[in-house]
Design a protein around this ligand. Structure first.
Ligand code: SF4
Length: 382
């Protein structure tokens, strides 16, 4: 990937791509591993710091390459340890990355696009429209920045980031090549060494690309469902008109079957008051998913200005959960005060606005972040 400086940005190169790069400049392939360790394990962006690389090669690299992550605009830390970074990408827009600590687990929620074209009706990101795809360097750069922020470099056994979810801003399957490259780097031992079970791609249902994904990588899959029937999902998630539930669930089942292990689909369901939160919706959902091994995450909606939707009552949430539990599903409810900064698909705000409005929205994000309560209740499938 050549940047505006005319140099190759090494941050987003997978191992084969890095080897190809060193080939192209007449250097030995083993240099790829050396340099990747400096970048991803040690957080280095300065060739002069690479002390096991000869001075001559360092000078050569300075001429034709660089290590450039997105620019960090702000980093906010909640009292509960949750962190949120706003980073500016090459298109000039900003995206958000969120880290959620929970016991021994630390989950990083990563964005794949600035804005989103899919226009889900309850989604703040979707309301901003699409701005740009992130490059592979901008996707993995969010992990790189977070890792450095934690002081997790040099890499240790007890890494702060144990899980990554491609569940931030954008539809990751519509930025396929860059997202797949970045996920390979997340899993590569020369990158971040995260287990394939702990790297999750969340999609709203781009069916052809779900099938394509299985040919390239074996990460975990999450589906942003949000409705138990086509009529309602057509309203909430417009891409459903193109890829309705039957074909969508079949593609998810195909993908999961290629993993060849006891791994299950994660189904994300944002609960919207009086829209999709009735017991009959839960009954319909239980029937819909009966042939799809899955676990269900219920996400009570967190209102944002002019969203037109409200958060259901706690009783309504409990009734919905109980109904699914009785049907035999593993159901988790993510309960929040203010914004759920787990940054589930559709929860991120303020990234593709003009500068003045953007700064106002960032303040709002920080205030909401400070209120976040990530208490979760889980019911284990019986
Ligand atoms: S919910 Fe996800 S796919 Fe839908 S508009 Fe928002 S970011 Fe895009």
């Amino acid at each position: 990937m050549t940047t505006s400086t005319g140099k190759t940005n090494l941050l987003g190169l997978t191992q084969p791509e890095m080897e190809k790069f060193f080939d192209s400049i007449g250097e030995k392939r083993f240099r790829a591993g050396q340099v990747m360790k400096w970048i991803h394990h040690l957080g280095v962006d300065d060739f002069d710091a690479m002390t096991n690389v000869s001075k001559a090669l360092r000078e050569k690299l300075k001429v034709c390459a660089e290590i450039r992550g997105p620019e960090v605009v702000s980093e906010d830390i909640s009292t509960d340890g949750t962190r949120k970074w706003v980073v500016r990408v090459a298109s000039g827009s900003c995206v958000e990355t969120v880290y959620i600590p929970q016991g021994k687990r630390g989950t990083l929620c990563v964005s794949s696009q600035a804005g989103c074209a899919l226009d889900c009706s309850f989604c703040s990101t979707g309301k901003q429209g699409f701005n740009s795809n992130l490059t592979a360097a901008e996707v993995i750069g969010q992990v790189w920045i977070a890792n450095k922020s934690f002081g997790s470099v040099p890499a240790t056994v007890d890494r702060a980031i144990t899980n990554v979810v491609m569940m931030g801003m954008g539809e990751p399957l519509l930025n396929f090549d860059n997202v797949v490259a970045a996920m390979h780097l997340m899993m590569d031992d020369l990158g971040y060494g995260i287990s394939k079970r702990r790297v999750t791609l969340s999609t709203s249902g781009v069916v052809p690309m779900i099938d394509e994904l299985s040919k390239h990588i074996d990460v975990s899959l999450a589906l942003s469902l949000h409705a138990p029937n086509d009529a309602l999902r057509n309203q909430l998630v417009p891409i459903n008109k193109k890829y309705p539930l039957k074909v969508l669930l079949e593609s998810c089942q195909r993908y999961m079957s290629t993993l060849g292990e006891k791994r299950v689909l994660t189904v994300e369901y944002t609960l919207l008051k009086d829209i999709n939160d009735k017991v009959e919706h839960a009954v319909e959902m239980a029937e819909l998913l009966k042939d799809t091994p899955c676990k269900i995450n219920l996400i009570p909606f967190n209102p944002f200005p002019h969203s037109g939707y409200e958060r259901p009552s706690n009783n309504a949430i409990r009734r919905f959960q109980d109904q699914l539990h009785q049907a035999g599903y593993n159901v988790t409810v993510r309960t929040t005060r203010g914004e759920d900064i787990d940054a589930a698909c559709g929860q991120l705000v303020g990234q593709v606005l003009d500068r003045t409005r953007r700064s106002e929205r960032y303040i709002a994000v920080r205030e909401l972040s400070a209120e976040a309560d990530l208490a979760q209740s889980a019911v284990t499938r019986t």
